[in-house]
Design a protein around this ligand. Structure first.
Ligand code: ADP
Ligand code: MG
Length: 338
């Protein structure tokens, strides 16, 4: 990107970041990570060359809102389901995932919860909301039916539903997408999770409902870490503390949201952030640079972006770059400008 374009981006991006949440300061720098992922590689069983994730590495701290962006097919959902421990059985995971210092296999499943783009697919269509929420609450707490009903109603109030008793009588098909997403969040909260994984939870919602759900997540974040997958760069910038950019299974850049947007270091991140006006009224859908994402079966040794990059060096085709940089921003690229 030339200097003029970069200058043009700077002011509105900083403004968008500053308009964002106030919770950013609350994260205790230097506190031990809540989630720690090292060298996470996911392959299709029996096809070791088919890498869906390749040496993914990052940490999240309590109170942090981390946005994960990357075009469709880059492995965001595979990453989410792997952290949740619900990845499909034909996938093989190598590397380490720790929560509060303990390996995933040893920790209580309920420490993490996930919400999805289409909550109606995950809610039971033939049970009313009250039944489903009560069931979740009882699974956790050993409460009586009456106590579980009261807890369920409280949870619905917590997620901004004004008439919890009435809502509990309804079935998912009688509710809007936004209301069902609130119910999913209430179910997630019933688990008292320390890590909330949100895989494009607002992509199917209208702008007003999207904002309400984002505001809700923001109120919740002080008690947990949030891994938020989004296609909307404006949402990532306004709401997150840090942004991670996933490209073809490789995390190519991670950094403080304003830095990633204002001074992106990876050529792919630069292409993403230069392609969209940051403060437009419309959702800033992820706009990909020319070329196509290599399929998992076609990924070669080296940097997966090499085939689309204008600055490819010989080394890029043979050796995958590792993340390096400052505590505020790291990038995996062999061809960094001085
Ligand atoms: N169970 C699976 N077996 C084989 N390939 C898979 C499986 N699940 C996902 N993939 C492939 O992994 C890649 C990443 O998928 P996904 O994580 O859903 O992408 P994203 O969420 O970033 O759009 C895609 O190419 C997808 O086809
Ligand atoms: Mg996905």
């Amino acid at each position: 990107m030339d200097q003029t374009a970069s200058d043009a981006l700077e002011a509105p991006f900083v403004q968008a970041f500053e308009q964002g949440n106030a919770g950013r300061q609350a994260i205790a720098a230097g506190s031990p990570p809540l989630l720690s992922i090292t060298g996470l590689t996911v392959v299709v069983a029996g096809q070791p060359e088919t890498r869906l994730l390749d040496a993914v590495q990052f940490e999240l701290r309590k109170g942090e809102f981390f946005a994960l962006v990357g075009e469709s097919g880059s492995g965001k959902s595979v990453l989410c389901s792997t952290i949740m421990g619900v990845a499909s059985s034909e996938l093989k995971c190598l590397g380490d995932i720790h929560i509060e210092g303990r390996p995933l296999a040893e920790i209580d499943r309920r420490l993490r919860a996930m919400i999805y783009q289409q909550p109606s697919l995950y809610l039971n269509p033939v049970r009313n909301i009250g039944f489903q929420l009560r069931e979740t609450v009882q699974m956790i707490g050993g409460l009586s039916k009456k106590e579980a009903s009261e807890r369920a109603a409280d949870l619905l109030c917590d997620v901004g539903i004004d008439d919890p008793k009435e809502t509990m009588r309804k079935y998912p098909h009688e509710m809007s997408g936004g209301m069902n997403q609130r119910v999913m969040i209430a179910m997630a909260l019933a688990m008292k999770p320390k890590l909330l994984i949100a895989d494009e939870p607002t992509s199917a919602l209208d702008v007003t409902t999207q904002k309400q759900i984002l505001d809700l997540l923001e109120r919740l974040r002080s008690d947990m870490a949030i891994l938020f997958v989004t296609h909307d760069l404006g949402v990532a910038l306004q709401r997150s503390d840090r942004i991670g950019v996933l490209y073809a299974g490789q995390l190519v850049e991670i950094g403080r949201a304003d830095l990633v947007a204002r001074t992106p270091l990876h050529p792919y991140t630069r292409a993403l952030f230069s392609a969209v006006p940051p403060l437009s009224r419309h959702p800033r859908r992820l706009h990909s640079p020319a070329g196509t994402l290599p399929e998992p079966t076609q990924r070669q040794a080296g940097c997966n972006f090499a085939s689309r990059c204008s600055g490819t060096l010989d080394i890029c085709r043979h050796i995958a770059p590792v993340l390096q940089g400052t505590p505020q921003q790291v990038v995996a690229c062999h061809n960094l400008e001085p």
